[in-house]
Design a protein around this ligand. Structure first.
Ligand SMILES: CCCCCCCCCCC/C=C/C(=O)SCCNC(=O)CCNC(=O)[C@H](O)C(C)(C)COP(=O)(O)OP(=O)(O)OC[C@H]1O[C@@H](n2cnc3c(N)ncnc32)[C@H](O)[C@@H]1OP(=O)(O)O
Length: 289
């Protein structure tokens, strides 16, 4: 789908092409939450998250990620894509709590549609995708990493990764769960998801939620080495194999996208859930103080 069509699908509030383009252009002009550096000779792009303070996946950030992904997919010189945080310490703090708290149902629906779109695009990405996890990686950050073909994590015990939704009093949707099961298996997912576990690097490697743990100063070179290994495989064979492996999981969401949006809106709008999110945000503030 063309860039403008994608933007229009993601920005349903906009009534005309002009409005869509004006909104996207305005978002771009305001800031770049995603920085893309391309090494054309190597055929590899690095997408760096730059959404201070903690790279939360706000609606704007998610939209920029989708737009940049589509651009890279259309660039036939790029065969591999590495995700990382521009500032080590936090890879991504996950979905933006402020897009899920204190807003109206139309906003929740718009946000969820964008998050679905990002996952669908990433999970089916024809490029080789590698997550270079150079910081904390909870919930939505972990989801982004798990959509990649390979995960390299920096060996810093302060960094953790996992789907911790239950600890916030919220429930990971079925496609988060499916992605986790596809990554670490069913039994490990039962434990991990119900307890909302966040794993430090050694445990993350043991459970298989990451594929490699390396000293922090080697995380980028390790990701490049992994990328070189994957790019040695002919694209068409690898892409068809990836599509075959992931199609059932993708189809599962595609079949029920609208119902999933409705379910999200109704769940997140509940007073009890909003109260829980408010308390969690307060806890984050107090922890800081
Ligand atoms: C029946 C089934 C129905 C299912 C329907 C669906 C249900 C809903 C599904 C929703 C799925 C949700 C997925 C998510 O991703 S939720 C987000 C989860 N994220 C977290 O729990 C991480 C929270 N953050 C942290 O732990 C730390 O911030 C972190 C370790 C990442 C960094 O620590 P650090 O000390 O460096 O930074 P601070 O904690 O001081 O934070 C700085 C400021 O940033 C704010 N912050 C942090 N995280 C977020 C976030 N995710 N969204 C928005 N804002 C965030 C934090 O509050 C600080 O703000 P202030 O400076 O204003 O105090």
């Amino acid at each position: 789908m063309a860039l403008a069509s994608r933007a229009r699908a993601l920005l349903p509030g906009a009534r005309s092409w002009g409005a869509v383009l004006a909104r996207v252009t305005a978002q771009r002009a305001m800031s770049h939450r995603v920085v893309v550096e391309t090494d054309a000779a190597a055929g590899v792009a690095v997408m760096k998250f730059r959404n201070p303070p903690v790279n939360s996946l706000s609606l704007e950030m998610v939209t920029e990620l989708v737009i940049n992904l589509e651009k890279l997919e259309n660039d036939k010189t790029v065969r591999g894509l590495i995700f990382t945080s521009e500032s080590p310490g936090v890879f991504s703090s996950g979905l933006n709590l402020l897009d899920m708290y204190g807003r109206n149902p139309a906003h929740y629906a718009e946000y969820w549609k964008a998050v679905q779109e990002l996952w669908l695009r990433l999970y089916q990405c024809p490029m080789v995708t590698v997550a270079t996890i150079n910081g904390a990686c909870p919930a939505g950050g972990c989801l982004i990493s798990m959509t990649c073909d390979y995960r390299v994590m920096a060996d810093n015990p302060k960094y953790t990764i996992g789907l911790n939704e239950t600890q916030l009093g919220i429930v990971a949707p079925f496609w988060f769960k499916d992605t986790l099961v596809n990554t670490i298996g069913y039994r490990a997912s039962e434990i991990s998801l119900q307890l909302g576990l966040l794993y430090p690097p050694a445990e993350a490697l043991r459970v298989g939620i990451v594929d490699k743990v390396v000293p922090e100063d080697q995380v980028h070179s390790a990701a490049l080495a992994v990328m070189a290994q994957w790019l040695a495989i002919p694209d068409h064979a690898r892409q068809l194999t990836k599509a075959m492996l992931r199609k059932p999981t993708v189809d599962n969401l595609v079949r029920q996208r609208d119902a999933d949006i409705q379910q999200f809106v109704s769940f997140i709008s509940r007073d009890s859930i909003q109260k829980g999110l408010q308390m969690y945000l307060q806890m984050l503030k107090q922890k800081k103080a």
